[in-house]
Design a protein around this ligand. Structure first.
Ligand SMILES: *Cc1c(COP(=O)(O)O)cnc(C)c1O
Length: 435
């Protein structure tokens, strides 16, 4: 009897659970077939149909059973349920990477010739996607300084179909007024998409401030151990998909199915699987979903320590004579303290930039002088990682774009890990002494 009271045996319990309980139990009850406590990796490309009739129904989206792992896979589905529960959404779609998730988010919203307004404070790879590659799909974008919501409002035009920003911006850990920007987007009738990679739902849930879609690079803090690429789009269930033609008009790829009519609140998520993943092919691998799910089980504990270590390093750097500036939103007297108090009461994340006196040469020298801290193009690992954006991640950006993104030649980005903080400080100390 006690068995049946296990929280995981309840098929729909997660809304009443606390955050930590969801990280462990949401979407991952013991395996129905074997009783395995850790849900197994379903390492298969395809699934046997019980009969021809069911096979036909699955192809018509009248039966939701699995067909092929490019579209759905049980291990990936378990992670999707966990992420939807953590972000408070109605459905989630995982993808091969964060960048793939960004394309899945925009695919139903933008036709060729349409437009998206994005914050210019974005991960360098996203600036590249929006500025150069999306243009080839006919998706135009305007990137503006999102610190002033009025800039977003001014950039919205006739053809604008979405607003996109990062909850905590990579690389400098900037916080923007999400609630005010959501109001601007909704006044114009378009959804707000928030990339929540750096904050994670432990620190901030964009849905609570008006985000209609939340995207993630799960590669970073959600996975937390730097061992699997992945991305996700979570639908908050707040935007009326009946305003989006791709979801209301008959879909010829599925015998004229109208996603909004057939799937209601799940229209976006159904489209992201049935069209986005099926036709673009950027599916998450089952092993990566498994590793990411395991990582999420310790998300709350890890984020607490990531933030504590980051604050300690930011304070140390702020006092160091060879450091010109530190851009960590969590510094007690920083210019962002009001926004941090509102949006990030549990910590301002663990990725930030700082400027080394001596410009480009000093920035490069520092990343070459650290020893324990690793010189790596990644963030959100248990290891502390450092990089010099101007010569690496932000290299494709022009001098003007670099200035606009707030990346000076002297800027160094750090993603603070989970090591003993004194060891991290000692490593920076010896590196700074050497330059
Ligand atoms: C890394 C990153 C991405 C891209 O994610 P991938 O998993 O590397 O494709 C997008 N947004 C942010 C904020 C990132 O840090």
């Amino acid at each position: 009897m006690a068995e049946s009271k296990r929280p995981s045996s309840d098929p729909k319990p997660s809304s009443g659970w606390g955050f930590e309980t969801k990280t462990i139990h949401a979407g991952s009850p013991p395996d129905a077939a074997s009783g395995a406590v850790v849900p197994p990796i379903q390492q298969t490309a395809a699934y046997a149909f019980p009969d021809a009739e069911t096979a036909a129904k699955r192809f018509d989206l009248d039966d939701f059973g699995n067909v092929y792992s490019r579209i759905t896979n049980p291990t990936v589905a378990a992670l999707e349920k966990k992420l939807a529960a953590l972000e408070g959404g109605v459905g989630a779609t995982c993808a091969a990477s964060g960048h793939a998730a960004q394309i899945l988010a925009l695919l139903p919203l933008l036709d060729s010739g349409d437009h998206v307004v994005a914050a210019r404070q974005l991960y360098g790879g996203s600036v590249g996607q929006f500025t150069y590659v999306f243009k080839r799909f006919g998706w135009h974008s305007t990137l503006v300084d999102a610190r002033e919501p009025i800039n977003i409002e001014r950039a919205i035009g006739e053809k604008t179909r979405a607003v996109f920003l990062e909850a905590l911006a990579n690389p400098d850990g900037l916080v923007v007024d999400i609630e005010a920007i959501a109001k601007v987007a909704h006044k114009a009738g378009v959804p707000l998409i928030v990339d929540n990679t750096l904050a994670t739902p432990y620190l901030l849930r964009p849905r609570e401030w008006g985000a209609d879609l939340v995207v993630h690079s799960t590669t970073k803090f959600l996975n937390g151990h730097g061992n699997a690429l992945g991305g996700a789009v979570i639908d908050s269930g707040t935007y009326g998909w009946s305003r989006v033609p791709a979801l209301t008009e008959p879909c010829l790829a599925y015998h004229g199915v109208r996603f909004a009519e057939k799937f209601g609140k799940l229209a976006f998520t159904a489209y992201a699987h049935a069209i986005g993943l099926r036709d673009l092919g950027a599916a998450m691998a089952p092993l990566n979903a498994f590793l990411t799910g395991i990582g999420i089980e310790t998300l709350a504990l890890r984020m607490e320590r990531h933030c504590a270590n980051a604050l300690a390093l930011a304070r140390y750097l702020d006092r160091h004579p060879k450091i010109e500036w530190v851009s960590y939103a969590g510094l007690p007297d920083g210019p962002q303290k009001k926004l941090v108090a509102k949006y990030l009461p549990n910590g301002a994340g663990a990725v930030f930039t700082f400027g080394v006196k001596g410009g480009l040469a000093a920035g490069k020298a520092l990343v070459e002088s650290v020893d324990l801290i690793q010189h790596v193009a990644n963030i959100g690992d248990s290891r502390t990682l450092i990089i010099h954006p101007a010569s690496t991640t932000h290299r494709p950006l022009s001098a003007e774009e670099l200035r606009e993104a707030g990346i000076g030649p002297e800027a160094v980005r750090i993603s603070v890990g989970l090591e003993t903080v004194d060891d991290l400080i000692a490593d920076l100390d010896q590196a700074l002494a050497n330059i």
